[in-house]
Design a protein around this ligand. Sequence first.
Ligand SMILES: Nc1nc2c(ncn2[C@@H]2O[C@H](COP(=O)(O)OP(=O)(O)O)[C@@H](O)[C@H]2O)c(=O)[nH]1
Ligand SMILES: [Mg+2]
Length: 275
Amino acid sequence: MASLDPHNDGLEFPNGFSGEDPIEVAMARNYFLIPAYNEAENLGYLLPNIRRYMEAFHYPYEIVVVDDGSSDGTAAVVDEHREVHGIPAEVIVHATNKGPGGAFETGFRAILERAEADDRIVTIEADNTSDLCVLNRMLMRSDRGFDLVLASVYGGGRIIGAPRSRLLLSSVANSMMKVAFNMPQINTFSSFFRVHRAGMIQAAFDLHGDDFISEPGFVCAVEMLIKLHRMGATIAEVPMLLDSNIRIGDSKMKIARTVRAYLRVIARHGVQGGL
Ligand SMILES: Nc1nc2c(ncn2[C@@H]2O[C@H](COP(=O)(O)OP(=O)(O)O)[C@@H](O)[C@H]2O)c(=O)[nH]1
Ligand SMILES: [Mg+2]
């Protein structure tokens, strides 16, 4: 007989598990990894927002910001929120800019030094456009055994407040990648907002070494996704509304450079090319 189960929100489990048996949900730690380039102002909102959210759910958490050669005091904002406001946040500083790929590599490696295999690494944008409202659904899916959970602006989600040119580029790129990488079940390839099982990221570094993230730019998100998929990672998506108006300042993405990088990654890893 069906009964009301607060742990069952109707979302599916990977590997066909029915969800009817009781499940043990260990109190995994949640490590936030935030790549940041000149995000002092935005982090002043994001760090307290993360604290409010995680404390409301009684989730244990730590925040690691990778400041990638910023010149606007990004690192100082993180230090202030730790020292003055008691938010468990640390900052790792790159003296020179290495791009988001370099920041993810640094941050993942630092977190893996202390994380257990079933802990979670939440990658999130610094500019407040990663909507924390959907994080709980993402964490619940992670709890149920998905190695990787993507916040998805396609397949149920939406983007508002971005220029038309950017919207067109993003939707064409994401549709092309479904075909190029033979991953029809994935709708959003490029988002940074993801929940990873730490053990999966460790396995990716064990297998690929420094090549796990070889792309320094924004396309590193695509590279990581296809490598994890090909390793057999179980992947789920949670729809998200991305409202670009929320961010203070402009996007740091250079469109021409990013298009070239996408084409390079498709040529290298697409089913016609890399396999
Ligand atoms: N570490 C690092 N992070 C970056 C760099 N460029 C952008 N980011 C971060 O990556 C995230 C996404 O960048 P954003 O400008 O919001 O791009 P958009 O969301 O694609 O328009 C933000 O957290 C940025 O601070 C960079 O060169 N290095
Ligand atoms: Mg952004």
